[in-house]
Design a binder for this molecule. Sequence first.
Ligand SMILES: [Zn+2]
Length: 88
Amino acid sequence: MELPGPDFPAGLIVVEDVAIRGLTHAKAAVEVAEGVQRFIAEVHRFIWPVCTQHGPGLMHPELHQGRAFWICGQGPHPFTAVSDRDTT
Ligand SMILES: [Zn+2]
């Protein structure tokens, strides 16, 4: 976390190497999810989450119909919501 200063007047929060810049819940959830996924891969050396239909593969968080979802690269198809909060 970077407190407000000359380089970041509004401050800055970083998860792993992903800066959280989203101004809505959904956008911030996508960025946090990406940072957590990278952290788990880097520190724990495994892929998370894993699609129950297709197994390990390219799963990434993104906005889908205005909500944060994990999207499976096979298909592609929405796998599960990143957050159960139903607002943007
Ligand atoms: Zn899948």
